[in-house]
Design a protein. Structure first.
Length: 335
């Protein structure tokens, strides 16, 4: 196994990838390869996990191994390519192949129960959601540091999967129903918007600019991490901004995301999340395309800042995920 690992453009994240069957788990481990279905959830996962990130497999309430993502591929005509056969669902009448694939480099070998305190961040998400029901879960940097010392170092790079010649594509997203053709072009929805905002704010300059415009001058972008959905007893925070390595205190900023117009009831929802964080919530942030007059009037009383997102990408056409998040602007109201 080569000691070289890819250099990530942004700081690496850590995800636990849900695996549906023992057969798939064995295939993933054998080939150091992960695959995701051809529907919207697969495209979302493909956007969330980037080259240079770390992943473990999640099956039967256990975490398997630690890998680093070396390459992403979206494969055309994946239904005729190994190793995974298409899945047919009777309820929807749809058949799903596995075009979205991650090539992995084994880093550490282990099988660990999620009951371990080191996995508490992800275990809480699973418990409060009542099960997996997601293709992946993002964990924080504290979890990544812990799993980086579990088990033993990996020296087996996996068995290469022989494939005939194939073509690849870049996933695109649109609001125009007539342009949707999964998996190549998927509908732009709130989960894709959440992921785009997360990736936008993973770029340190963008995050530092937003912190300054929110008057959070004492917070440094390099000391923070932005995480995907976090489950709480009252619901699910869309995005959570928190300290990478808390010392004494652990300030958090919950972020709620709405694709279109945000209403006053969205403030109530976000305020509930802030209260659930037991005084560690500095402020709350509500991001939307526009806001009702009632939401604008009540935001300050709830310690919530309203932020309008603007996209340069034309969603009436078919932009890529990178075009969406790199062309994004976040504009706090009244700033």
């Amino acid at each position: 196994m080569s000691d070289e690992v890819p250099v990530a453009k942004e700081k690496p994240c850590y995800f636990l990838v849900s695996v549906s069957t023992r057969e798939n788990l064995e295939s993933y481990i054998r080939h150091a390869l992960a695959g995701f279905p051809s529907g919207a959830s697969g495209a979302w996962t493909f956007c969330e996990i980037k080259e240079g990130d770390f992943v473990s497999f999640l099956y039967g309430a256990r975490a398997y191994n630690l890998y680093r993502v070396t390459r992403q591929e979206a494969i055309s005509a994946a239904e005729v390519l190994p190793p995974w056969k298409p899945l047919f669902f009777k309820e929807s009448g749809r058949t799903y192949s596995f075009p979205f694939r991650l090539h992995l480099q084994p880093i550490r070998v282990f099988v660990e129960s999620l009951v371990r305190i080191e996995f508490s961040y992800v275990a809480e998400n699973l418990l409060l959601r009542g099960g997996y029901r997601k293709t992946h879960f993002q964990a924080d940097q504290t979890t990544l540091q812990s799993v980086s010392e579990m088990g033993t170092r990996a020296y087996d790079s996996g068995v290469a999967l022989p494939l005939p010649d194939y073509n690849t594509f870049i996933p695109r997203f649109t609001r125009s129903t007539n342009l949707v053709k999964t998996p190549e072009t998927c509908r732009f929805n709130e989960t894709i918007l959440q992921s785009a905002i997360r990736r936008h704010l993973m770029l340190e300059d963008n995050l530092q600019m937003l912190l300054a415009r929110l008057n959070l001058v004492g917070m440094q972008a390099g000391e923070l991490e932005i995480l995907g959905e976090k489950a709480l007893p009252q619901g699910h925070i869309d995005l959570l901004l928190k300290q990478r390595a808390p010392l004494g205190t652990a300030p958090k900023i919950p972020i709620e995301v709405k694709t279109n117009r945000a209403q006053a009831e969205d403030l109530v929802q976000l305020r509930g999340y802030m209260d659930e964080l037991r005084g560690e919530s500095v402020i709350g942030v509500l991001i939307a395309a526009e806001f009702s007059k009632d939401a604008v009037r009540k935001a300050a009383d709830n310690r919530i800042t309203l932020v309008r997102y603007v996209l340069n990408a034309d969603l009436k056409k078919m932009p890529t995920f990178e075009e969406i998040y790199r062309g994004m602007t976040l504009e706090p109201l009244g700033k």
